[in-house]
Design a protein around this ligand. Structure first.
Ligand code: NAP
Length: 488
């Protein structure tokens, strides 16, 4: 009887810019020596592609390849000065909706840091496509910039479930959700509520919440308390970099960008142009990213074997790249380091706790556009942002006169979120040339029609140009908008 042939994996490989090709060659040589059955489909993205005049920095062939293989190992990509407006990394992330950015943070043997010996071992799970990074920004006036922080029920459910699935796959005991829900009650608050709901499906795992600023403090003071962390995009971006510093810096930080379709694995560091082409780059982060890729593909044994060989190489510390050498140790090159890892295939580190990994089950979340339905949706007012520097004490009465015959009342004017008209609380605002006028229906329970809103816009616009309109809804009797500071 013939032995079953191992299945082969086709993987898109993007060597990238700067030190990218060097660290990628090192990783490919290790995976080849570990006899992982991979067919590489090499594709281009980054500086070279921008210079060809492709504004996204990613060739259509590269997109087509990832769509087919559903898996990419990527080197760092640069946006050369004077080319392209968007980062090729963000293009890839958005294109394939890789919503989960996974950053393991684990103390490495032989890598001395102020935290050595404390057993840091956690994973930051960062939402990767929503939040402020949806990239929706406006100049409301030349001096007033605004960005939209977009957090959805669907996006939050996907990432929170993924965090718990990762905890399950790695036998971890706790997931900490870090948010700014105390201030941002609708966006960060939604994320926190969804986390709490989702946690009920994982009763064997402790679910806790920390305010994100305290979480940053805790991460520096007592990082060993964390197991899995889940956060919205910007919080996760900042705290995952902080976390990398605890275990030796960006040169050691691997990452996975997981999606329902394709997933992309990459080191966190950039192209380090200063050391490019000098055989000095440390391939640890990309090699560890390839380990995450192997586990994603279900190649658990190969992943353990490559990871162990890397850990032994670091533990022994005989052959290290310049960033790791020191304390009288002679530095070696990228190629020599890769050779040493290959030599160590089959060995296991002496003093490094072993973790039993299982393949992460990607959560199944409905793809319906409508995820939450209200029985009653009632528009009961409108916020109109106007570009004006008129004193609110003058603007207010004038607007009230303009709308006197409409079924609405001007309830307030605010500037930078503080109520300045009527200024019954005596708010000492430092105003800018963009004010928000809040109108509500004159009688409780009434509905504001689009026709009335159009009338308000026409009349107010004649005095102060409007730049942004937001309807005020009540969903099943609950306000879908926040109050201003000073508003009852
Ligand atoms: P960087 O490339 O990460 O480099 C910062 C410094 O970190 C380097 O100068 C080097 O320090 C050290 N370093 C980083 N990776 C290393 C490695 N593997 N081995 C040894 N040392 C390493 O950050 P950057 O200089 O801010 O960015 C350079 C370019 O990369 C930019 O164009 C940026 O946009 C791009 N970038 C791309 C990605 C990505 O594709 N995911 C991520 C970040 C940045 P020493 O100078 O001390 O040797």
């Amino acid at each position: 009887m013939s032995a079953k042939k191992p299945s082969r994996h086709e993987i898109t490989v993007i060597p990238g810019d700067g030190i990218g090709p060097e660290v990628m060659n090192a990783v490919r040589s290790v995976l080849q020596a570990a006899e992982v059955a991979i067919d590489w489909d090499e594709q281009l993205a980054g500086a070279e592609v921008f210079k060809k005049g492709v504004g996204s920095g990613v060739l259509p062939e590269t997109i087509a390849s990832i769509r087919r293989t559903k898996c990419a190992l990527k080197g760092p990509l640069e946006t050369p000065v004077g080319f392209g407006e968007k980062s090729a990394n963000v293009t890839l992330r958005k294109f394939f909706e890789t919503y989960g950015n996974i950053r393991p943070v684990r103390e490495l043997p032989g890598i001395r840091t102020p935290y050595s010996g404390r057993g840091i071992d956690f994973i930051v799970v960062r939402e990767n496509v929503e939040d402020l990074y949806a990239g929706i920004e406006y100049l409301q006036t030349p001096g007033v910039a605004q960005a939209l922080k977009l957090v959805t029920r669907k996006g939050s459910e996907k990432i929170c479930r993924l965090a718990f699935e990762i905890a399950r796959a790695e036998g971890r005991k706790k997931v900490t959700c870090a948010t700014k829900a105390n201030i941002l009650k609708f966006t960060e608050g939604l994320f926190k509520r969804v986390f709490e709901e989702v946690s009920k499906d994982y009763p064997e795992i402790v679910a806790e919440h920390q305010i994100v600023d305290n979480c940053a403090h805790q991460m520096v003071m007592r990082p060993e308390q964390f197991d899995v962390l889940v956060m919205t995009n910007m919080n996760g971006d900042i705290l995952s970099d902080l976390a990398s510093a605890l275990i030796g810096g960006l040169g050691f930080a691997p990452s996975a960008n997981l999606g329902d379709g394709a997933s992309i694995f990459e080191a966190v560091h950039g192209s380090a142009p200063q050391i490019a082409g000098k055989d000095m780059a440390n391939p640890t982060a990309l090699l560890h990213s390839s380990v995450l890729m192997l586990r994603h593909l279900g190649e658990m044994k190969a992943a353990d074997s490559v990871e162990n060989a890397l850990l032994v190489t670091l533990e022994e510390g005989k052959i290290l790249t310049p960033d790791m050498a020191g304390g009288g140790r002679e530095p070696s090159g990228t190629k020599a380091f890769a050779k040493e890892v290959i030599k160590n295939l089959g060995s296991a580190p002496k003093a490094y706790p072993k973790r039993e990994y299982k393949k992460v089950i990607m959560p199944k979340v409905s793809h319906d556009a409508v995820m939450v339905v209200a029985k009653e949706t009632r528009p009961m007012g409108v916020d109109i942002f106007v570009a004006t520097a008129i004193d609110p004490a003058v603007l207010g009465p004038s607007v009230e006169q303009m709308i006197a015959d409409l079924p609405v009342r001007l309830t307030q004017i605010s500037n930078r979120g503080a109520k300045v008209y009527p200024n019954d609380l005596g708010v000492e605002a430092d105003p800018v040339d963009c004010a928000r006028l809040r109108f509500k229906v004159a009688h409780h329970g009434d509905t504001l029609s689009d026709k009335d809103i159009a009338q308000i816009l026409l009349r107010v616009g004649a005095q102060a140009p409007w730049v942004h309109v937001e309807k005020l809804y009540k969903y099943d009797g609950v306000a879908g908008f926040t109050k201003d500071q000073g508003e009852d």
